[in-house]
Design a protein around this ligand. Structure first.
Ligand SMILES: NC(=O)c1ccc[n+]([C@@H]2O[C@H](COP(=O)([O-])OP(=O)(O)OC[C@H]3O[C@@H](n4cnc5c(N)ncnc54)[C@H](O)[C@@H]3O)[C@@H](O)[C@H]2O)c1
Length: 276
């Protein structure tokens, strides 16, 4: 029997993309609150590092390699988690990649990759674990990581913003669908958070040299902003405890949310600025 203590003691949490940034900090935060954590990432070594960090505090976690855009692999992963650890109480669909560049430079392969990871990965995680949470009949919670890009149009971010807007609406619909089963759904919309995401962002139409120069400049701005992923993790745990629907995290994400609602014309004007 588990002797763990904390707000999530005895609960099983599954988090994708948990080898870095927001996913890793969320795994650490849930583990600190007593949860057992299934840590998955397309980069197994990084998932193992997260598990090692969790183990230092005496909590239990398990590392898996998972590419969330591969539905068959996600299905096999879900079956293994269910068989070896049980039905998760909380599922965090966090894995995501950045992507920029003018739409006419974007290739079909790039469209498939961004939508495959950022959108289909969230849908797969919600379907594959959600149906077992509902069947079990004791509730649970699904957290989907969108972005302030879901409601902040920005030139050269069409694909990324579209994937996140789709996650936003998917999550609102899922929340309604799972309400009667007592499974909550939260949509987290972070703003500018200092993680690895910018460094790994692909930009359509740029040479690797130009891409590195551009992401280097943006990464400096993210660092200067100084909002760290552990603070997003805090809000994720809060959203689960309070069963919040939409949670914009960071001041710019909160202001952007209101602006798009009350003065969408201003959002559309700002979208024309060449920020990315
Ligand atoms: N950092 C920000 O400013 C910011 C803002 C808004 C939203 N987000 C969202 O937060 C989530 C986490 O991003 P982050 O900032 O922590 O980035 P990150 O790059 O630090 O972490 C993302 C993790 O996802 C993993 N990953 C990438 N492709 C994957 C795949 N196909 N399958 C499984 N794992 C995969 C990466 O290996 C990495 O460990 C993403 O969905 C991102 O879009 C981030």
């Amino acid at each position: 029997m588990s002797t763990a203590q904390g707000d999530f003691a005895g609960q099983l949490v599954s988090i994708t993309g948990a080898g870095s940034g927001i996913g890793r900090e969320t795994a650490l935060a849930f583990a600190r609150e007593g949860a057992e954590v299934v840590v998955s990432d397309v980069d197994l070594a990084s998932a193992e590092e997260t598990v090692a960090l969790i183990a230092q505090s005496g909590a239990v976690a398990h590392a898996y390699r998972l590419d969330v855009s591969d539905h068959a692999a996600f299905e096999a992963f879900a079956l293994r988690v269910l068989a070896e650890h049980g039905t998760p109480d909380i599922v965090v669909n966090n894995a995501g990649i950045g992507f920029g560049g003018p739409i006419f430079d974007v290739t079909q392969a790039q469209i498939d990759r961004v939508l495959g990871i950022n959108l289909r990965g969230v849908i797969s995680g919600s379907q594959l674990f959600g149906k077992h949470m509902v069947a079990r009949g004791i509730g649970g919670h699904i957290v989907n990581i969108a972005s302030m890009a879901a409601y902040s149009p920005q030139r050269s971010l069409s694909l990324y913003a579209t994937s996140k807007a789709a996650v936003f609406m998917f999550s609102d619909v899922l929340r309604a669908e799972l309400h009667a089963a007592g499974v909550g759904v939260s949509t987290i919309c972070p703003g500018v958070v200092d993680t690895n995401i910018i460094r790994t962002t692909q930009i359509a139409g740029l040479s690797e040299e130009d891409r590195l120069a551009k992401v280097g400049r943006i990464d400096k701005l993210y660092k200067r902003r100084g909002f760290t992923p552990d603070k997003v993790a805090e809000r994720i745990l809060w959203a689960v405890k309070k069963n919040k629907s939409v949670v914009p995290v960071t001041l710019e994400a909160q202001l952007g949310y209101r602006q798009y609602r009350f003065a969408p014309w201003l959002s559309r004007l700002i979208a024309r600025l060449d920020l990315f």
